[in-house]
Write a protein that binds this ligand. Structure first.
Ligand SMILES: [Zn+2]
Length: 441
Protein backbone atom coordinates (compact mmCIF):
# COMPACT_ATOMS: atom_id res chain seq x y z
CA UNK A 1 0.00 0.00 0.00
CA UNK A 2 1.35 3.48 -0.81
CA UNK A 3 2.18 5.55 2.22
CA UNK A 4 -0.91 7.20 3.63
CA UNK A 5 -1.27 10.92 2.98
CA UNK A 6 -1.43 13.07 6.09
CA UNK A 7 -4.68 14.92 6.54
CA UNK A 8 -6.08 17.58 8.85
CA UNK A 9 -9.84 17.44 9.33
CA UNK A 10 -10.75 20.91 10.56
CA UNK A 11 -13.59 22.17 12.73
CA UNK A 12 -15.49 18.89 12.83
CA UNK A 13 -18.11 17.83 15.34
CA UNK A 14 -16.71 14.60 16.77
CA UNK A 15 -19.22 11.95 17.78
CA UNK A 16 -18.03 8.70 19.32
CA UNK A 17 -20.84 7.12 21.34
CA UNK A 18 -18.54 4.45 22.79
CA UNK A 19 -15.32 6.40 23.14
CA UNK A 20 -13.47 8.21 25.89
CA UNK A 21 -16.00 10.98 25.63
CA UNK A 22 -18.24 9.01 27.99
CA UNK A 23 -21.62 10.60 27.46
CA UNK A 24 -21.28 10.50 23.68
CA UNK A 25 -21.86 14.24 23.55
CA UNK A 26 -20.42 15.68 20.38
CA UNK A 27 -17.49 18.10 20.69
CA UNK A 28 -15.89 20.47 18.20
CA UNK A 29 -12.27 19.77 17.30
CA UNK A 30 -9.67 19.27 14.59
CA UNK A 31 -8.40 15.79 13.89
CA UNK A 32 -4.90 15.20 12.54
CA UNK A 33 -4.19 11.98 10.66
CA UNK A 34 -0.57 10.91 10.13
CA UNK A 35 0.51 7.60 8.62
CA UNK A 36 -3.09 6.39 8.67
CA UNK A 37 -3.39 6.94 12.43
CA UNK A 38 -5.19 9.56 14.49
CA UNK A 39 -2.13 11.55 15.60
CA UNK A 40 -3.84 14.37 17.44
CA UNK A 41 -7.27 15.67 18.38
CA UNK A 42 -7.55 19.28 19.52
CA UNK A 43 -8.58 22.84 18.85
CA UNK A 44 -6.96 24.96 16.13
CA UNK A 45 -4.27 22.47 15.15
CA UNK A 46 -1.87 23.91 12.56
CA UNK A 47 0.66 21.28 11.50
CA UNK A 48 2.95 22.04 8.55
CA UNK A 49 2.58 20.40 5.16
CA UNK A 50 -0.69 18.69 5.84
CA UNK A 51 -3.65 18.81 3.49
CA UNK A 52 -6.65 20.41 5.23
CA UNK A 53 -10.19 19.14 4.88
CA UNK A 54 -12.79 21.67 5.94
CA UNK A 55 -15.39 19.83 8.02
CA UNK A 56 -17.19 22.89 9.35
CA UNK A 57 -20.79 21.89 9.94
CA UNK A 58 -19.98 18.20 9.45
CA UNK A 59 -19.85 15.37 11.98
CA UNK A 60 -17.06 12.78 12.23
CA UNK A 61 -17.70 9.41 13.86
CA UNK A 62 -15.83 6.11 13.87
CA UNK A 63 -16.36 4.32 10.55
CA UNK A 64 -19.73 2.66 10.02
CA UNK A 65 -20.20 -1.02 9.23
CA UNK A 66 -22.97 -2.69 7.24
CA UNK A 67 -23.04 -6.29 8.44
CA UNK A 68 -25.38 -7.54 5.69
CA UNK A 69 -24.54 -6.96 2.03
CA UNK A 70 -24.44 -9.07 -1.11
CA UNK A 71 -21.39 -8.26 -3.24
CA UNK A 72 -22.25 -10.92 -5.87
CA UNK A 73 -18.62 -11.79 -6.69
CA UNK A 74 -17.69 -14.47 -7.58
CA UNK A 75 -20.32 -15.59 -10.07
CA UNK A 76 -22.73 -12.71 -10.54
CA UNK A 77 -20.43 -9.88 -11.63
CA UNK A 78 -23.12 -8.50 -13.94
CA UNK A 79 -25.00 -7.43 -10.78
CA UNK A 80 -22.12 -6.18 -8.64
CA UNK A 81 -18.42 -6.77 -8.03
CA UNK A 82 -16.36 -6.37 -4.90
CA UNK A 83 -14.99 -3.18 -6.45
CA UNK A 84 -18.37 -1.62 -7.30
CA UNK A 85 -19.98 -2.86 -4.09
CA UNK A 86 -17.27 -1.34 -1.91
CA UNK A 87 -17.55 1.87 -3.95
CA UNK A 88 -21.25 1.96 -3.08
CA UNK A 89 -20.39 1.25 0.55
CA UNK A 90 -17.92 4.13 0.65
CA UNK A 91 -20.55 6.43 -0.85
CA UNK A 92 -22.92 5.32 1.89
CA UNK A 93 -20.39 6.19 4.60
CA UNK A 94 -19.40 2.61 5.41
CA UNK A 95 -15.78 1.65 6.10
CA UNK A 96 -16.61 -2.03 6.52
CA UNK A 97 -19.11 -4.56 5.23
CA UNK A 98 -19.83 -8.21 5.87
CA UNK A 99 -20.76 -10.00 2.66
CA UNK A 100 -23.11 -12.94 2.42
CA UNK A 101 -22.09 -16.31 0.96
CA UNK A 102 -24.71 -16.75 -1.79
CA UNK A 103 -22.22 -16.32 -4.60
CA UNK A 104 -21.24 -18.89 -7.26
CA UNK A 105 -19.29 -20.72 -6.07
CA UNK A 106 -20.69 -19.94 -2.62
CA UNK A 107 -18.41 -18.88 0.24
CA UNK A 108 -18.48 -22.40 1.64
CA UNK A 109 -14.79 -23.21 1.27
CA UNK A 110 -11.70 -21.52 2.61
CA UNK A 111 -10.28 -20.68 -0.83
CA UNK A 112 -13.38 -18.74 -1.90
CA UNK A 113 -13.38 -16.81 1.39
CA UNK A 114 -9.70 -15.98 0.82
CA UNK A 115 -10.44 -14.96 -2.77
CA UNK A 116 -12.98 -12.39 -1.57
CA UNK A 117 -10.57 -11.02 1.01
CA UNK A 118 -7.79 -10.71 -1.56
CA UNK A 119 -10.05 -8.94 -4.03
CA UNK A 120 -10.88 -6.35 -1.38
CA UNK A 121 -7.30 -5.64 -0.35
CA UNK A 122 -6.17 -2.06 -0.69
CA UNK A 123 -9.73 -0.71 -0.60
CA UNK A 124 -10.76 1.84 2.02
CA UNK A 125 -13.75 -0.40 2.77
CA UNK A 126 -12.87 -3.56 4.70
CA UNK A 127 -14.72 -6.65 3.46
CA UNK A 128 -15.51 -9.40 5.96
CA UNK A 129 -16.86 -12.57 4.34
CA UNK A 130 -19.62 -14.59 5.98
CA UNK A 131 -19.03 -18.28 5.35
CA UNK A 132 -21.76 -20.78 4.51
CA UNK A 133 -23.35 -22.89 7.24
CA UNK A 134 -23.86 -25.79 4.85
CA UNK A 135 -21.90 -27.04 1.86
CA UNK A 136 -23.39 -25.55 -1.28
CA UNK A 137 -25.88 -23.71 0.97
CA UNK A 138 -28.26 -26.61 0.37
CA UNK A 139 -28.79 -27.42 4.04
CA UNK A 140 -27.59 -31.03 3.76
CA UNK A 141 -24.12 -31.12 5.33
CA UNK A 142 -22.17 -28.67 7.45
CA UNK A 143 -19.46 -26.65 5.73
CA UNK A 144 -15.95 -26.88 7.17
CA UNK A 145 -16.64 -24.09 9.63
CA UNK A 146 -13.24 -24.17 11.34
CA UNK A 147 -11.53 -23.90 7.94
CA UNK A 148 -13.75 -20.98 6.94
CA UNK A 149 -12.92 -19.21 10.20
CA UNK A 150 -9.18 -19.69 9.57
CA UNK A 151 -9.65 -18.26 6.08
CA UNK A 152 -11.15 -15.08 7.54
CA UNK A 153 -14.89 -15.68 7.74
CA UNK A 154 -16.44 -13.65 10.58
CA UNK A 155 -19.76 -15.53 10.88
CA UNK A 156 -21.77 -18.27 9.19
CA UNK A 157 -25.03 -18.09 7.26
CA UNK A 158 -26.91 -19.71 4.42
CA UNK A 159 -28.53 -16.30 3.81
CA UNK A 160 -30.80 -16.15 0.82
CA UNK A 161 -32.05 -19.44 2.20
CA UNK A 162 -32.89 -20.68 5.69
CA UNK A 163 -31.14 -23.58 7.41
CA UNK A 164 -34.30 -25.63 7.12
CA UNK A 165 -32.96 -28.68 8.94
CA UNK A 166 -33.21 -28.11 12.69
CA UNK A 167 -30.66 -30.83 13.43
CA UNK A 168 -28.11 -29.20 11.15
CA UNK A 169 -28.79 -25.82 12.76
CA UNK A 170 -28.26 -27.35 16.18
CA UNK A 171 -24.85 -28.71 15.16
CA UNK A 172 -23.96 -25.41 13.48
CA UNK A 173 -24.73 -23.56 16.72
CA UNK A 174 -22.63 -26.05 18.68
CA UNK A 175 -19.66 -25.33 16.39
CA UNK A 176 -20.41 -21.64 16.56
CA UNK A 177 -20.10 -21.77 20.35
CA UNK A 178 -16.74 -23.55 20.10
CA UNK A 179 -15.48 -21.05 17.51
CA UNK A 180 -16.95 -18.04 19.30
CA UNK A 181 -18.65 -16.87 16.09
CA UNK A 182 -22.34 -16.25 15.39
CA UNK A 183 -24.71 -18.01 13.04
CA UNK A 184 -26.69 -15.43 11.06
CA UNK A 185 -30.17 -16.77 10.47
CA UNK A 186 -32.24 -16.03 7.36
CA UNK A 187 -35.50 -16.73 9.14
CA UNK A 188 -37.96 -18.29 6.74
CA UNK A 189 -40.01 -21.42 7.30
CA UNK A 190 -40.53 -22.32 3.68
CA UNK A 191 -43.55 -24.52 4.25
CA UNK A 192 -45.27 -21.28 5.29
CA UNK A 193 -43.71 -18.84 2.80
CA UNK A 194 -43.80 -21.02 -0.31
CA UNK A 195 -44.96 -19.20 -3.39
CA UNK A 196 -45.31 -15.84 -1.68
CA UNK A 197 -44.33 -12.58 -3.34
CA UNK A 198 -45.26 -10.02 -0.70
CA UNK A 199 -46.44 -9.66 2.91
CA UNK A 200 -49.65 -11.52 3.72
CA UNK A 201 -52.31 -9.05 4.80
CA UNK A 202 -55.07 -6.78 3.61
CA UNK A 203 -52.98 -5.42 0.73
CA UNK A 204 -52.01 -8.83 -0.65
CA UNK A 205 -55.66 -9.92 -0.36
CA UNK A 206 -56.74 -6.85 -2.32
CA UNK A 207 -54.09 -7.42 -4.97
CA UNK A 208 -54.72 -11.14 -5.14
CA UNK A 209 -51.04 -12.04 -4.77
CA UNK A 210 -49.68 -15.17 -3.13
CA UNK A 211 -48.20 -13.88 0.11
CA UNK A 212 -45.71 -14.59 2.91
CA UNK A 213 -47.19 -14.53 6.41
CA UNK A 214 -45.22 -13.02 9.29
CA UNK A 215 -45.52 -16.47 10.81
CA UNK A 216 -42.99 -17.80 8.28
CA UNK A 217 -40.31 -15.68 9.95
CA UNK A 218 -41.60 -16.02 13.49
CA UNK A 219 -41.75 -19.83 13.52
CA UNK A 220 -38.10 -20.02 12.40
CA UNK A 221 -36.98 -17.38 14.89
CA UNK A 222 -38.73 -19.28 17.70
CA UNK A 223 -37.04 -22.53 16.64
CA UNK A 224 -33.59 -20.99 16.42
CA UNK A 225 -33.95 -19.14 19.72
CA UNK A 226 -34.65 -22.51 21.37
CA UNK A 227 -31.65 -24.06 19.62
CA UNK A 228 -29.40 -21.16 20.67
CA UNK A 229 -30.67 -21.42 24.24
CA UNK A 230 -29.97 -25.16 24.33
CA UNK A 231 -26.57 -25.11 22.66
CA UNK A 232 -25.21 -21.78 23.93
CA UNK A 233 -24.27 -20.87 20.36
CA UNK A 234 -24.70 -17.25 19.28
CA UNK A 235 -27.64 -16.58 17.00
CA UNK A 236 -27.94 -13.37 15.00
CA UNK A 237 -31.35 -12.76 13.45
CA UNK A 238 -30.91 -11.28 9.98
CA UNK A 239 -33.28 -8.66 8.57
CA UNK A 240 -35.87 -8.73 11.35
CA UNK A 241 -39.16 -7.54 9.87
CA UNK A 242 -42.11 -8.69 12.00
CA UNK A 243 -43.73 -7.56 15.23
CA UNK A 244 -43.76 -11.18 16.41
CA UNK A 245 -40.07 -11.54 15.64
CA UNK A 246 -39.21 -8.44 17.67
CA UNK A 247 -41.15 -9.84 20.62
CA UNK A 248 -39.43 -13.25 20.35
CA UNK A 249 -35.98 -11.61 20.35
CA UNK A 250 -36.97 -9.30 23.22
CA UNK A 251 -38.11 -12.20 25.40
CA UNK A 252 -35.09 -14.33 24.47
CA UNK A 253 -32.68 -11.56 25.43
CA UNK A 254 -34.53 -11.01 28.71
CA UNK A 255 -33.85 -14.61 29.71
CA UNK A 256 -30.22 -14.49 28.65
CA UNK A 257 -30.26 -16.36 25.33
CA UNK A 258 -27.22 -15.37 23.19
CA UNK A 259 -29.27 -13.73 20.46
CA UNK A 260 -28.79 -10.46 18.57
CA UNK A 261 -30.72 -8.88 15.72
CA UNK A 262 -30.51 -6.40 12.87
CA UNK A 263 -33.03 -4.42 10.85
CA UNK A 264 -32.69 -3.13 7.28
CA UNK A 265 -33.24 0.57 6.62
CA UNK A 266 -35.89 -0.15 3.96
CA UNK A 267 -38.05 -2.12 6.40
CA UNK A 268 -38.32 1.07 8.48
CA UNK A 269 -39.20 3.28 5.51
CA UNK A 270 -41.76 1.37 3.47
CA UNK A 271 -44.76 -0.89 4.05
CA UNK A 272 -46.60 -3.43 1.91
CA UNK A 273 -48.71 -0.54 0.61
CA UNK A 274 -45.71 0.44 -1.54
CA UNK A 275 -46.38 -2.62 -3.74
CA UNK A 276 -49.85 -1.29 -4.49
CA UNK A 277 -48.89 2.39 -4.70
CA UNK A 278 -46.13 1.72 -7.22
CA UNK A 279 -48.38 -0.65 -9.18
CA UNK A 280 -46.13 -3.63 -8.63
CA UNK A 281 -42.73 -2.02 -8.98
CA UNK A 282 -40.31 -4.91 -8.60
CA UNK A 283 -38.18 -2.59 -6.45
CA UNK A 284 -40.76 -3.16 -3.72
CA UNK A 285 -40.08 -6.92 -3.82
CA UNK A 286 -37.57 -8.31 -1.37
CA UNK A 287 -37.23 -10.98 1.31
CA UNK A 288 -38.43 -10.55 3.97
CA UNK A 289 -41.17 -8.55 2.24
CA UNK A 290 -42.19 -5.02 3.16
CA UNK A 291 -44.50 -5.58 6.13
CA UNK A 292 -47.44 -3.74 7.70
CA UNK A 293 -47.37 -0.35 9.47
CA UNK A 294 -47.77 -2.21 12.80
CA UNK A 295 -44.63 -4.22 12.05
CA UNK A 296 -42.69 -1.05 11.19
CA UNK A 297 -43.75 0.49 14.50
CA UNK A 298 -42.64 -2.65 16.36
CA UNK A 299 -39.24 -2.49 14.63
CA UNK A 300 -38.82 1.13 15.74
CA UNK A 301 -39.82 0.22 19.29
CA UNK A 302 -37.32 -2.65 19.17
CA UNK A 303 -34.55 -0.29 18.12
CA UNK A 304 -35.44 2.21 20.83
CA UNK A 305 -35.43 -0.35 23.67
CA UNK A 306 -32.28 -2.15 22.50
CA UNK A 307 -33.97 -5.36 21.35
CA UNK A 308 -32.54 -4.73 17.87
CA UNK A 309 -28.78 -4.27 17.93
CA UNK A 310 -27.65 -3.23 14.46
CA UNK A 311 -28.81 -1.25 11.45
CA UNK A 312 -27.99 -2.73 8.04
CA UNK A 313 -29.05 -2.74 4.38
CA UNK A 314 -29.24 -6.27 2.92
CA UNK A 315 -27.83 -4.52 -0.20
CA UNK A 316 -28.96 -6.91 -2.96
CA UNK A 317 -28.05 -5.73 -6.48
CA UNK A 318 -29.85 -7.12 -9.53
CA UNK A 319 -29.38 -6.05 -13.16
CA UNK A 320 -32.26 -4.17 -14.77
CA UNK A 321 -33.02 -7.00 -17.19
CA UNK A 322 -33.57 -9.23 -14.16
CA UNK A 323 -35.82 -6.80 -12.28
CA UNK A 324 -37.76 -5.49 -15.30
CA UNK A 325 -40.09 -8.47 -15.46
CA UNK A 326 -43.49 -9.38 -13.99
CA UNK A 327 -43.64 -8.84 -10.22
CA UNK A 328 -44.14 -12.54 -9.59
CA UNK A 329 -41.11 -13.47 -11.73
CA UNK A 330 -38.72 -10.85 -10.31
CA UNK A 331 -35.88 -11.75 -7.95
CA UNK A 332 -35.98 -10.50 -4.36
CA UNK A 333 -33.91 -7.58 -3.16
CA UNK A 334 -32.90 -3.96 -3.57
CA UNK A 335 -29.66 -2.04 -3.27
CA UNK A 336 -29.31 -0.05 -0.08
CA UNK A 337 -25.80 1.14 0.73
CA UNK A 338 -26.10 4.64 -0.73
CA UNK A 339 -29.49 5.43 0.83
CA UNK A 340 -29.20 3.73 4.25
CA UNK A 341 -28.04 6.66 6.33
CA UNK A 342 -30.50 9.13 4.81
CA UNK A 343 -33.34 6.71 5.54
CA UNK A 344 -32.10 6.20 9.11
CA UNK A 345 -32.01 9.98 9.51
CA UNK A 346 -35.49 10.39 8.11
CA UNK A 347 -37.15 7.47 9.89
CA UNK A 348 -35.29 7.31 13.20
CA UNK A 349 -33.25 10.39 14.06
CA UNK A 350 -35.47 13.22 12.76
CA UNK A 351 -38.62 11.87 14.48
CA UNK A 352 -36.69 11.16 17.71
CA UNK A 353 -36.96 7.35 17.71
CA UNK A 354 -33.18 7.27 18.28
CA UNK A 355 -30.74 10.04 19.06
CA UNK A 356 -28.01 10.56 16.49
CA UNK A 357 -25.51 8.99 18.92
CA UNK A 358 -27.75 5.94 19.34
CA UNK A 359 -28.14 5.54 15.58
CA UNK A 360 -24.38 5.86 15.08
CA UNK A 361 -23.78 3.26 17.80
CA UNK A 362 -25.95 0.83 15.80
CA UNK A 363 -23.79 1.52 12.74
CA UNK A 364 -20.39 1.47 14.43
CA UNK A 365 -20.13 -0.69 17.54
CA UNK A 366 -23.17 -2.97 17.37
CA UNK A 367 -22.36 -4.83 14.12
CA UNK A 368 -18.72 -5.28 15.09
CA UNK A 369 -19.68 -6.46 18.58
CA UNK A 370 -21.97 -9.09 17.02
CA UNK A 371 -19.16 -10.23 14.72
CA UNK A 372 -16.36 -10.02 17.29
CA UNK A 373 -14.45 -7.35 15.37
CA UNK A 374 -12.49 -4.48 16.93
CA UNK A 375 -14.55 -1.30 17.23
CA UNK A 376 -12.86 1.83 15.83
CA UNK A 377 -12.65 4.87 18.11
CA UNK A 378 -11.89 8.55 17.76
CA UNK A 379 -8.81 8.46 19.97
CA UNK A 380 -5.21 9.50 19.47
CA UNK A 381 -2.96 6.58 18.51
CA UNK A 382 -5.80 4.57 16.97
CA UNK A 383 -6.00 3.73 13.25
CA UNK A 384 -7.95 6.44 11.45
CA UNK A 385 -11.19 4.64 10.57
CA UNK A 386 -13.91 7.23 10.26
CA UNK A 387 -17.01 8.49 8.55
CA UNK A 388 -17.59 12.18 7.78
CA UNK A 389 -21.24 13.15 7.34
CA UNK A 390 -23.84 15.85 7.52
CA UNK A 391 -26.53 14.59 9.92
CA UNK A 392 -29.09 17.23 8.91
CA UNK A 393 -28.80 17.64 5.15
CA UNK A 394 -32.05 17.05 3.29
CA UNK A 395 -31.37 15.69 -0.15
CA UNK A 396 -33.18 13.96 -2.97
CA UNK A 397 -31.81 10.69 -4.33
CA UNK A 398 -30.92 10.72 -8.04
CA UNK A 399 -29.26 8.16 -10.29
CA UNK A 400 -26.07 10.19 -9.85
CA UNK A 401 -25.97 9.13 -6.18
CA UNK A 402 -25.94 5.43 -7.03
CA UNK A 403 -22.43 3.94 -7.23
CA UNK A 404 -23.53 0.32 -7.29
CA UNK A 405 -23.37 -1.52 -10.60
CA UNK A 406 -27.14 -2.01 -10.29
CA UNK A 407 -29.90 0.57 -9.92
CA UNK A 408 -32.64 -1.46 -8.25
CA UNK A 409 -33.80 0.94 -5.57
CA UNK A 410 -37.30 2.20 -4.73
CA UNK A 411 -35.78 5.41 -3.35
CA UNK A 412 -34.94 7.36 -6.53
CA UNK A 413 -36.67 10.71 -6.02
CA UNK A 414 -37.09 10.19 -2.27
CA UNK A 415 -36.14 12.97 0.13
CA UNK A 416 -33.74 11.74 2.80
CA UNK A 417 -32.30 13.35 5.93
CA UNK A 418 -28.57 13.04 6.58
CA UNK A 419 -25.84 12.50 4.05
CA UNK A 420 -22.44 10.80 4.11
CA UNK A 421 -19.66 13.06 2.80
CA UNK A 422 -16.50 10.94 3.02
CA UNK A 423 -14.80 8.02 4.68
CA UNK A 424 -11.20 7.56 5.76
CA UNK A 425 -9.83 4.08 6.44
CA UNK A 426 -6.63 2.09 5.83
CA UNK A 427 -4.79 5.26 4.93
CA UNK A 428 -7.22 6.16 2.17
CA UNK A 429 -9.93 8.71 1.81
CA UNK A 430 -12.99 8.34 -0.38
CA UNK A 431 -14.98 11.52 -0.84
CA UNK A 432 -18.54 11.50 -2.08
CA UNK A 433 -19.01 14.87 -3.58
CA UNK A 434 -16.78 15.87 -6.48
CA UNK A 435 -16.38 19.43 -5.24
CA UNK A 436 -15.09 18.16 -1.96
CA UNK A 437 -12.89 15.70 -3.81
CA UNK A 438 -11.21 18.61 -5.58
CA UNK A 439 -10.87 20.35 -2.27
CA UNK A 440 -9.30 17.39 -0.53
CA UNK A 441 -7.14 16.08 -3.40
ZN1 LIG B 1 -31.84 -13.18 3.90
Amino acid sequence: MPSAPDLLIQSATLLDPGGGNQDGDPREADLLIRGGEIAQIGKNLSPENVEPFDAEGLTVSPGWMDMHVHLREPGFEHKETIETGTRAAAAGGFTAVACMPNTDPPLDTRDVVEFVKERAEGQPVAVHPVGGVSKGRDGEALAEMGDLAEGGAVAFSDDGAPVWDAGLMRRALEYSRMLGMPIIGHMEERSLSTGGHMHEGAVSARLGLEAIPSLADDVMIARDVLLAETTGGSLHVAHLSTRGGVELVRRAKARGVPVTAEVCAHHLALTDRAVEETQFSTNTKMHPPLRSPEDVQALKDGLADGTIDALCTDHAPHASFEKEVEFTAAPNGIIGLETAFGLIGRELVAPGVLSLAEAVEKLVAAPRRVLGLPVPRLEEGRPANLTIFDPDERWTVTEHDIRSKSQNTPFLGAELVGRPVAIYNRGRMAVNDELRLAKAA
